[in-house]
Design a protein around this ligand. Structure first.
Ligand SMILES: [Zn+2]
Length: 249
């Protein structure tokens, strides 16, 4: 049976990234039967639910519990950091003030940079999609992925499709999208295993240091998990320079 109802959809700003070129910046007609939940047509048109911040139907903001009606005009908006959404219906729980992330298998470099900036960023290169979804739900982690299909998983509350390919732009995207600027704590986390770093006395680790490191550095940190040793050297300076644009709000 042919679907007999029609609604119209318009997607705004970077949500157009998910549409085919001929659909971008256009009002689209969507045919349907019955009264599907509003999330279904949005995802059927290609936009993962995690990318949507605001849905307006016939001029009224709605939540994901809204059921589509014949003749509806639906406007769908992405996240804007400047949007004051406090008065609008919330589509999902708020992100915690200490956000945690899980990164898809192809984002190993980004995971390292996120850790460098102090963000709890779980990454293993052997995780399957189902593992990522499960961990994200159990540990309330935000999913970062280059695979937009993964974000269609219903159980995922918070996620982001990383657009850029190079890691500098990727980190910039993530910091802006989740407004992380004020949460950056360089050298708080192990780049290799995501464990927390804790101050350690130089005398306690003297035998593990290279002669030059021993001579030039006084302040050290150690991973509570894998015991790796870190010190604030040129690494930190390079990073500050590299991300100067992003790190200053
Ligand atoms: Zn470690």
């Amino acid at each position: 049976m042919q679907p007999d109802n029609v609604a119209e959809f318009r997607f705004y700003a970077e949500l157009n990234d998910f549409l085919s070129p001929e659909q971008r910046q256009q009002t689209m007609r969507y045919r349907f039967s019955g009264h599907p939940g509003i999330k279904d047509p949005i995802e059927a048109l290609g936009v993962p639910h995690t990318e949507v911040a605001l849905i307006v139907v016939n001029g009224q903001p709605v939540t994901f519990s809204y059921q589509l009606q014949a003749g509806d005009y639906v406007s769908v908006y992405p996240f804007f950091t400047t949007l004051d959404s406090a008065a609008l219906p919330q589509l999902r729980d708020q992100i915690s003030s200490d956000p945690r992330f899980i990164l898809d298998v192809n984002l190993g470099k980004l995971a390292k940079f996120m850790r460098l900036l102090g963000f709890d960023s779980l990454y293993r290169n052997n995780l399957h999609d189902a593992d990522i979804v499960k961990i994200a739900v159990n540990e309330q982690r935000i999913v970062l992925t280059r695979d937009r299909r993964l974000l269609h998983a219903k159980q995922i509350q918070h996620g982001y499709w990383v657009r850029a390919v190079d890691v500098d732009s990727q980190i910039e995207e993530v910091i802006r999208r989740f407004d992380l600027c004020h949460l950056i704590h360089p050298f708080a986390r192990c780049l290799v295993c995501n464990g927390m770093l804790t101050p350690v006395d130089k005398t306690a680790i003297l035998d593990q240091l290279e002669p030059k490191t021993k001579r030039y550095f006084q302040t050290f940190r150690q991973c509570v998990n894998c015991q790796r040793i870190y010190w604030e050297g040129s690494h930190l300076e390079n990073m500050r320079r590299r991300f100067a644009g992003v790190l200053t709000p």
